[in-house]
Design a protein around this ligand. Sequence first.
Ligand code: ZN
Length: 272
Amino acid sequence: MAVSAVQLECDAFLVCMNHALSTEKEEVMGVCIGEMETNRIVHIHSVIILRRSDKRKDRVEISPEQLSAASTEAERLADTSGRPMRVVGWYHSHPHITVWPSHVDVRTQAMYQMMDQGFVGLIFSCFIEDKNTRTGRVLYTCFQSVQQPTQPSQKPSSSSSSSSEYERVEVPVHVVPRASISAVCLQSAVELPRILCHEEQDTYRRIHGLAHLDPVTKIHNGSVFTKNLCSQMSAVSGPLLQWLEDRLQHNHTEIQELRTERERLEEELRDL
Ligand code: ZN
């Protein structure tokens, strides 16, 4: 039973985008939390950002421990929010490359679908420059994997060793507006700077612990660590704080408008 469409709530989409834009050097990833509706539509309410134990430029993997921790977290969120929630998919970024899933992505996706037919994969391609307009572009897609039909009547060239056993199918994805940000998404959004900081600390500690390094190298590593933290602050924490402040300002304005409206209605009621 394949998924017919995906509805991604706009605040969950925003968390994914923030995460994808946090680094152009490596791929980042996370888990999607939501529910599968009876009409085969997957509804994504929130995402959980995953910490990478091993940063690689072109590969991301979710460990079984992370997947099971995400399931536990989804159960906790279901309890607190009163909405049915479970792990329904995964997302990862493609910095500087096409939005389409790689052969590895398609195989990984197929593996997840063996556990859950409704599992979906989202990809965010970022840091791509449109050569004509010289502006940055962000693209996203949602996909599932299907087994390639093996027909003996096909021409021999199609059975080359490079062809994969699985192929991708695009799943239509709709970003759904929401009047307010959910508590769950807000938590994920503010979690991002912390996770990025922990990742930097892990890398620094691993290098700093090496006994054979001379003092100058250690000082250099310390400076790189500080520089990376500063870049994160300006690229992630700063804009996030600004976004929250804007949102707060917007909420204040809205509250004021609603108050005025209430007063007007109360006056009308008195006149009746
Ligand atoms: Zn990929």
